[in-house]
Design a protein around this ligand. Sequence first.
Ligand code: ZN
Length: 189
Amino acid sequence: MLSSAKTNSPSPINIVQTGDPVLRELAQPVAISDISSERFKKTIADMKLALDSQDDGVAIAAPQIGVPLRIFVVSAKALREINDAYAKKYAGSPDYLIFINPTITKLSRTRTDLDEGCLSVRWLYGKVSRSNKATLQAYDEKGEKIERGASGLLAQIFQHETDHLDGILFTDKATQLEEIKPEEKEQVK
Ligand code: ZN
């Protein structure tokens, strides 16, 4: 998912764009015994590289680099922008948050239409109705089971990224879709 920054450099890792079938697949669960494997670590490293190559990227799901597994990564940079208690706890953290086999277990009934964009749907933006709060169960990169509650941007990220793992793009749900080219983008909130 995206924040509202302006520029991007070419990614060393290809970020799959809409139209590629991998974005429409139901991503497969990671075998927990694979979490310590080199191949799995490479996938996580590639996801971080792809995310870091995009100034406006705040989170990325594995299918977005062509890997149909149930993983998403939230950037530390995003956490610093997020104003809620959970994010504050992590705000000084140099690393990323990694969620493996995430499942949303709770969504608040209160929803808000939020601005949204996607690293895989350049350069469309729109409004998506998201729950204000979300709770997620997952495994972390050590293979430990975790549960996280979030509000605001992090709750939005939880919903956007778990949608990716089910083959859903934000454009399936968005209203007021419009194309905003990078050079026009700083005029937009
Ligand atoms: Zn996305």
